[in-house]
Design a protein around this ligand. Structure first.
Ligand code: C2G
Length: 132
């Protein structure tokens, strides 16, 4: 049973997120998503359109996702690797290199190519939600 984890806000869920989750799940058997809590998003300089609970509800409906856990800090990743017995850590390649230190926890670190042209920021600006 190969266990995968990935992290993110997953706001205004779109096909770029789904492409990431599908490829992450294809790397193993069990996919955990650590979902950024609203307070942590503020630390990331993000304000999500949907609350944590709504974003969690959406992710739990995705066939590739086996478990959603809260992401409340940058620092939790190392302990998450041990607590959830992770084999592979996956992120989009906009984060390339940023989490290589997790290899010290005995996990494989994989950065997958982002889906071009789509982003939550783009959706908000196209819908003029960035003024919301
Ligand atoms: N993503 C992607 N293609 C896109 C948009 C997003 O592959 N067009 C990927 C990102 O690279 C990330 C995941 O989808 O791996 C979630 O994206 P965000 O919700 O934007 O995640 P982010 O705010 O970068 O949070 O501790 C890590 C942070 O929580 C990551």
């Amino acid at each position: 049973m190969k266990r995968i984890i990935t992290y993110g806000s997953f706001d205004l869920l779109h096909y770029g997120h789904i492409n990431l989750l599908r490829r992450a799940k294809a790397l193993g058997d069990y996919l955990i998503v650590a979902l950024s809590e609203d307070d942590f998003n503020t630390q990331k300089g993000k304000s999500c359109y949907f609350s944590y609970e709504k974003r969690k509800q959406l992710l739990e409906a995705i066939r590739y996702v086996d478990l959603v856990i809260p992401e409340s800090s940058w620092e939790q990743k190392s302990s998450d690797m041990h607590e959830y017995h992770i084999d592979i850590f996956v992120m989009g390649d906009d984060w390339k290199g940023k989490f290589d230190y997790l290899k010290d926890n005995g996990v494989e670190v994989i950065y997958l190519p982002r889906t071009p042209e789509i982003s939550t920021t783009r959706i908000k600006s196209d819908l003029n939600l960035d003024k919301a």
